[in-house]
Design a protein. Structure first.
Length: 136
């Protein structure tokens, strides 16, 4: 989890991403559940990277919301220093007794939010349809 994901670093972050196989499988399933079947591997990889950045931000926010306030500075410092995934996970397990359930809920919530936004985007009126209706 990288809490330093401002928009100026987004493109660089997307090229530097290392996505675990477990998370990649989750993201591919998310795309499939959203009905986004892509034959272009490059486009699929870009979509996975984009969703991964969103997921990472969502998980980080969830952790910050659930981590005791006295441990936030340490968590931020560990991320800034690019500590290992194992070291950060061990810290979180120690400081958040409900760490696994918080993450499981966060993955489920992210899935629901993502699929909901895809559905909303598909059901939203097209811009040209709105313009044509106004001129009728």
């Amino acid at each position: 989890m990288d809490i330093n994901t401002n928009s100026s670093n987004l493109d660089q972050e997307k090229t530097d991403l290392i996505i675990s196989q477990e998370v990649r499988t989750y993201l591919e399933g998310l795309l499939e559940d959203a009905g986004m079947v892509m034959t272009d591997d490059l486009l699929k990889e870009e979509m996975i990277k984009e969703i991964y950045v969103r997921l990472d931000n969502y998980l980080t926010t969830t952790i910050i919301d659930n981590l005791p306030s006295e441990d936030l500075d340490t968590f931020i410092k560990m991320n800034t220093e690019k500590r290992s995934k194992e070291e950060i996970e061990n810290f979180l397990k120690e400081k958040m007794p409900n760490y696994k359930s918080v993450l499981a809920d966060a993955f489920a919530d992210f899935r629901n939010h993502y699929l909901g936004s895809v559905t909303a985007a598909r059901n939203a009126p097209k811009t040209d349809q709105v313009i044509n209706k106004k001129t009728d």
